[in-house]
Write a protein that binds this ligand. Structure first.
Ligand code: GLN
Length: 242
């Protein structure tokens, strides 16, 4: 990227955009602009090529069938792989997270190939669908406050050796395989089950992505009061169920 510009790519809004995940793009965009960055946002539909020169790629959740189509098209397109090879940051939610792994179970009940950008494998959970507010502690290496989000998924996700757990669950299910983990990441690719939208509840994740893209350690601080009020409300909802 050039010095003051940031290219944000919102991947397949026509297939992957449930539960207000588009809010993630809005929050990253706003917080980058608040830091004086010249943000270029590209919404790339599933009939368009994924640009390879983006700095941050955001992918949302989706229903089972759109998830199958999105995975097929992303593999055929190849642009996201090339972007990651170029050092791009990717942040994915729920169906988007499962797609980035090696495999997931699709709407036809088949094991389907994912992009393999994260060392995870998703299967269909045997128990009840994981639904509700979640509170989790993000990997301390990332230096972020606790993660609050809303989950709604049947799939569960197993971490391979090179995937680091994004967070450790205090309340809720997260990856849902009994290891207590929620989400996964490697150097530049992140996956989470958290909707919310997760960036509105956890704006410091947006800041982390911006810092990684700019390769800086800190950003000028911005007003966080609104976000903090939302965080506290949702953390209370997770910890004191009705
Ligand atoms: N279809 C996937 C599942 O149920 C993802 C759901 C979602 O993105 N909300 O696991």
């Amino acid at each position: 990227m050039s010095d003051n510009s940031l290219r944000l790519v919102w991947v397949y809004p026509d297939l992957l955009s449930t539960y207000g995940d588009q809010g993630n793009v809005l929050v990253v965009e706003r917080r980058a602009r608040q830091r004086g960055l010249d943000v270029q946002r590209l919404d790339v539909r599933s009939d368009q090529a994924i640009p390879t020169s983006g700095d941050i790629y955001l992918i949302g959740g989706g229903e089972d069938r759109p998830q199958r189509l999105a995975a097929e098209r992303l593999i055929r397109d190849g642009g996201l792989h090339r972007a990651v090879e170029n050092g791009a940051i990717v942040f994915s939610v729920c169906a988007g997270y499962q797609i980035l792994g090696h495999q997931f179970v699709n709407d036809l009940g088949e094991q389907q190939e994912g992009l393999g950008l994260l060392d995870v494998v998703s299967t269909r959970g045997e128990g009840a669908r994981c639904v509700g507010d979640v509170l989790a502690d993000i990997d301390p290496k990332l230096g972020l406050p606790p993660l609050t989000g809303f989950e709604n998924h049947q799939g569960v996700t197993h971490l391979g050796e090179t995937a680091k757990p994004f967070a450790k669950v205090r309340f809720g299910n997260g990856n849902g395989v009994g290891d207590g983990y929620e989400g996964a990441y490697n150097d530049t690719v992140f996956g989470t089950y958290m909707h919310g939208p997760v960036m509105a509840r956890n704006p410091h994740i947006a800041d982390l992505l911006i810092k990684l893209a700019l390769d800086v350690n800190a950003l000028p601080s911005v007003e966080d009061r609104w976000y903090e009020a939302l965080r506290q409300e949702r953390i209370a909802a997770a910890t004191q169920p009705a």
